[in-house]
Design a protein around this ligand. Structure first.
Ligand SMILES: Cc1ncc(COP(=O)(O)O)c(C=O)c1O
Length: 437
């Protein structure tokens, strides 16, 4: 069996080839890990096989998109039928309406929606809609939170000391060289779950804010869920200052039948979606209150926010997404929750048995293990946790060589074809990795 890493492996050689034609050999920085990523060849169910023939249980699921794993027969059949019939067309199709109806039925905050091709675009369109609706330019977002690659949404996504300023008044820090000052000035950065500090910032900047953009369980903040009092404050303050509450459900729609908004029991003004709603194909959607979504309408002339896109609501994505979402019943979510609880409990037991300090986070089908000795609260604890990176990498390497695919962040997300056997197998490998540290 090929051991990872091995410079003679087919993956290592593919990576060298990729480096000649792509900067750092890559089109998607978020999936890179050192010294080279393994190259995928094929996959089935919850298992993916790389170019060297090594099979692993897939706990990344294309970063949560593949909630049914790979090649679910019903999703494949829907996609194949659509491929045979029609792949792309400059006309709408019925499948677009069907998927929209399903999402409107399930999500309390979504009365109407529009499809995009990615979560990044969904977030961008939500922010534009909020601006058009309120007549204001600025947004507020959480320090360190990831919302894709739109300029305003990525402010302070990876800020570091000393540029990041005071913990209770984070500064807006550029995420790429040359990011315009104007963008930074139009984004207010809030600390996670700090009610008093965030409230004070919203009081100060409220009159200029179009929206507050929130992922209720941000992956880059170590899957620490939103605190009830923080959510209550954000809901109260957005109403008070007249800004819209954008709930970014790109990642966390997989938390339940009624999405994360069902779990936390409220209806945001706007919701962004992607990943699981596309059945494994590129997708995004922005939805919300009908009066807000009306900014995209053009019944009475030019829309307030123009919105096109060659592949928006493309029929293959719509057909596969509809099949995938129909398969997601309340029972599927109960299955995923049961496995998630088992995984998180097991991870805590592994730490205890191996005598290691660490943090285990996540809810429902999401879990994360960090070997940091400091509990996770906000973004700055995650930056501190990077100091344990070498140990994380060692565990990741062990898992790569023992049939488990995750990332060096040791993030895990579950898929419906997984069962207790896969979770318990993985826990055994993690315990062995921790013991070997
Ligand atoms: C919360 C959140 N928002 C937005 C995005 C961007 O979505 P996409 O990668 O489809 O552009 C992501 C991607 O992981 C995400 O996790």
């Amino acid at each position: 069996m090929t051991v990872y890493p091995d410079q003679a492996s087919r993956s290592a050689r593919l990576y060298e080839r990729a480096r000649r034609v792509m900067p750092s050999g890559n089109s998607r920085q978020t999936i890179f890990f050192k010294p080279y990523p393994v190259y995928a060849h094929h996959a089935h169910g919850c298992r993916v096989t790389d170019e060297d023939g090594v099979e692993r249980i897939d706990f990344l699921n294309n970063y949560t998109a593949l909630i049914h794993g790979h090649g679910h027969p019903a999703v494949m059949e829907a996609a194949h039928a659509q491929l045979r019939r029609l792949t792309a067309v400059a006309l709408p199709t019925e499948a677009e309406i069907e998927l929209a109806e399903l999402l409107v039925d399930r999500l309390a905050g979504v009365e109407q929606l529009r499809f995009t091709n990615s979560g990044t675009e969904a977030v961008m369109m939500a922010i534009k809609a909020a601006r058009a609706y309120t007549g204001r330019a600025k947004i507020a977002k959480i320090e360190g939170a990831y919302h894709g690659g739109y300029d305003h949404a990525e402010v302070s996504q990876s800020s570091r000391a000393p540029a990041w300023g005071e913990v209770t008044q984070p500064r807006s820090v550029a995420n790429y060289a040359g990011q315009p000052e104007g963008v930074l000035n139009d984004v207010i950065v809030l600390p996670w779950n700090d009610v008093a500090a965030a409230r004070a910032l919203l009081e100060t900047h409220g009159a200029d804010l179009a929206a507050v953009l929130i992922d209720p369980i941000p992956s880059r903040l170590g899957l620490v869920p939103i605190a009830d009092d923080y959510l209550a404050m954000l809901r109260e303050m957005t109403r008070k200052i007249g800004a819209l509450f954008i709930l970014d459900e790109v990642y966390c729609l997989r938390l339940g039948y009624h999405g994360a908004q069902g779990r936390w029991g409220f209806a945001p003004d706007l919701t962004t979606m992607a990943k699981i709603i596309g059945g494994g194909f590129p997708v995004g959607a922005v939805g919300g209150r009908a009066d807000v979504m009306a900014v995209f309408g053009f019944d009475d002339g030019a829309p307030k926010v123009p919105h096109g896109g060659t592949y928006n609501a493309n029929p293959v994505t719509m057909a596969a997404g509809l099949a995938a979402m129909r398969l997601l019943t309340p029972d599927s979510f109960a299955h995923l929750r049961g496995l998630g609880d088992r995984l998180r409990t097991g991870l805590r037991e592994c730490l205890a048995i191996a005598g290691r300090e660490g943090q285990v986070q996540g809810v429902e089908s999401l879990a994360m293990l960090s070997l940091s000795d400091r509990p996770f609260g906000g973004y700055r604890d995650i930056v501190y946790a990077a100091g344990f990176g070498e140990q994380q990498v060692a565990v990741h390497r062990h898992l790569m060589n023992h049939g488990v695919l995750t990332a060096p962040t040791l993030i895990f997300n579950l898929s419906t074809p997984m069962g207790v056997a896969e979770v318990d197998f993985t826990l055994d490998q993690i315990l062995a990795a921790l013991r070997a540290l």
